[in-house]
Design a protein. Structure first.
Lengths: 343, 219
């Protein structure tokens, strides 16, 4: 256990903001370990504490208690001056990009180099290298307002990478972008990870983002980590209610009361949800069992998602035919996959 | 109009005194105001360097000084100037007073414009390893520069107004020309010409300020 980022029992409490108010426990007793080279997605609703958590990692906010070790250094004991040095090794990008309006693209990327006291003579080489990496070589002298959202975020990424950090923190980095631009930016982040070997912590409320780039997912609720694990495992077998809700935004599971109401209007037969949570079971084998028994079926709800080439999902079938045959089909299918009767 | 022609030397002197006083108010008072205004902003409870005592003292100071009518500051500060060996009815005293008056007025303008700077940009700079002081001079002030220019331009009108009032204690600004040769000698034209010159000064200042701000803001 010596991850690049190690949090042990970390809490953050903000003092009450006004008299009579309550102190806010933004982060409660969090244990988190991030290995070098991985991409970790932290998901949670707004107010779950994920933004605070990420600001503890680069010490923009001091922890209230617990131990926080980044790259072998305990940040909780460092002076502000030493923390400034640490932050040069941790890049950060933001939902609203936070580009300096008083500087061009070039000037924005030069800023961290100035802070790091990189000699002026080296700026030219480093900045053009970064601009090429993010695909904005022709925009060096553009002002921030002349860029699209996706371009602004790419400048943000170039700026965050300027001092060659080991870690990149992405705070809702794609939440202000349209779906197409989101894909572009995520692809760039993936390259940051694979080509430059930079460890990335992504904060988001969009499960799509996690699915696309994360290796591991951490679910937060009310300041606590409620569930964490490899993306496929969490997506295919979510345990906690919060996790289930998030996964449901991506793929339909067992139809809920509202969905069932709609289904019942058109489908009078027996409804059965098949949960494919292990990619070792083939769908065709399952369907063959039903067909063999002379039972008719129709797919009425659900979906299959692919995570890095591994499929999972939930399919709700309407089964029609002789009652005994349907019973036999359900029994046979239940031996192969997890099934839920929908009533 | 003949009388105005005769008073040419007085008008020229009045113009020069007004310009000198206004420049001092804008530059020296502006610099002091920038420091006080930045102090007001950064010491706020969620500011860059929060400090309750500093915030309280600065706010109290500005709130006490700002409501005093300028004519009365001119008079009430006379003993202070005399203490430093400056005559209480001299241009030197007017200069001290204009600087004093503009500093506190500008402090609030500066504070307002700094509040409007996106806090996300300040946070980004800190995340890049900048110290708090560095954030102030390399991000906060440059990000606010365009609106600060407009704020100072706005302050210019009030400062020119102050130089006029300095005429009351006998400092030879355009206000003095208007009061002495216009008001007291019942010559409406002289007063009108003095006003006209003041309008021109303010127009030029406003035009220059707007143009500069437009260049900085790129809109």
């Amino acid at each position: 256990m010596s991850g690049l980022i190690e949090l042990k029992g970390v809490s953050k409490t903000f003092p009450r903001s006004r008299k009579g108010g309550e102190p806010v426990h933004a982060v409660r007793d969090v244990d988190l370990s991030v290995e070098a080279g991985e991409i970790v997605g932290i998901v949670g609703y707004s107010g779950a504490g994920k933004s605070t958590l990420v600001r503890l990692i680069n010490a923009l906010e001091p922890t209230t208690s617990g131990s926080l070790v980044v790259d072998g250094t305990d940040l909780t004991t460092l002076s502000e001056r030493r923390l400034q040095k640490v932050r040069l090794d941790i890049g950060m990008i933001f939902q609203q990009f936070n580009l300096l309006q008083s500087r061009t693209v070039w000037g924005n990327i030069a800023y961290p180099l100035e802070v790091a006291k990189v000699p002026r003579a080296e700026h030219q080489r480093r900045i053009s290298e970064l601009l090429h990496f993010v695909g904005l070589a022709d925009k060096a002298h553009a002002w921030p307002e002349e860029l699209s959202g996706g371009q602004k975020q790419r400048v943000g990424i170039a700026r965050a990478l300027a001092t060659s950090p080991k870690i990149l923190l992405a705070d809702e980095a794609t939440s202000a972008l349209d779906p197409e631009t989101t894909v572009e930016v995520l692809r760039l982040l993936k390259r940051v990870n694979t080509e430059l070997g930079i460890t990335i912590v992504v904060i988001t409320h969009e499960m799509d983002v996690v699915k696309t780039i994360a290796d591991r997912v951490v679910v937060m609720e009310e300041g606590r980590i409620v569930e964490q694990g490899p993306v496929f495992d969490i997506f295919s077998r979510p345990q906690e209610p919060a996790t289930r809700r998030f996964v449901a935004t991506l793929v339909d599971a067992v139809p809920d009361a509202v969905a069932l109401d709609g289904l019942r209007r058109n489908h009078a037969g027996r409804l059965l949800t098949l949960s494919f949570t292990d990619d070792s079971v083939s769908q065709s084998a399952v369907f063959a069992e039903i067909i063999e028994r002379g039972v008719e079926f129709e797919l009425v709800f659900g979906g299959i998602e692919d995570v890095r080439g591994r499929a999972f999902g939930h399919l709700t079938l309407e089964l029609r035919g002789d009652a005994a045959a349907v019973d036999a089909a359900v029994t046979a299918v239940s031996a192969l996959v997890e099934t839920t009767e929908v009533e | 109009m003949d009388r105005v022609w005769e008073l040419r030397p007085e008008f020229v002197e009045g113009l020069l005194v007004t310009l000198r006083l206004a420049a001092a108010g804008l530059v020296i008072g502006g610099a002091i105001g920038l420091v006080i205004g930045t102090g007001l902003y950064i010491s706020r409870s969620r500011g860059i360097l929060p400090s309750r005592p500093v915030s309280l003292v600065l706010n109290l100071l500005v709130n006490i000084m700002r409501p005093i009518p300028f004519v009365l500051i001119l008079i009430v500060l006379q003993p202070v100037s005399r203490w430093f060996g400056i005559s209480g009815i001299s241009e030197g005293h007017a200069l001290v007073t204009v600087v004093f008056g503009s500093a506190f007025g500008i402090a609030r303008i500066v504070e307002q414009n700094l509040v409007a700077v996106d806090p996300g940009v300040l946070e980004a700079a800190r995340a890049m390893g900048a110290s708090r002081w560095r954030v102030i001079w390399s991000v906060l002030l440059p990000e606010a520069r365009g609106s600060l220019i407009l704020g100072y331009t706005y302050a210019l009108v009030a400062i020119v107004d102050m130089t006029t009032l300095a005429g009351i204690i006998g400092v030879h600004s355009l206000g003095y020309v208007a009061l002495t040769y216009g008001l007291r000698q019942f010559d409406w034209t002289v007063t009108a010409v003095a006003i006209l010159i003041i309008i021109v000064i303010v127009q030029i200042g406003q035009f220059a300020g707007n143009a500069w701000a437009r260049k900085v803001l790129r809109r």
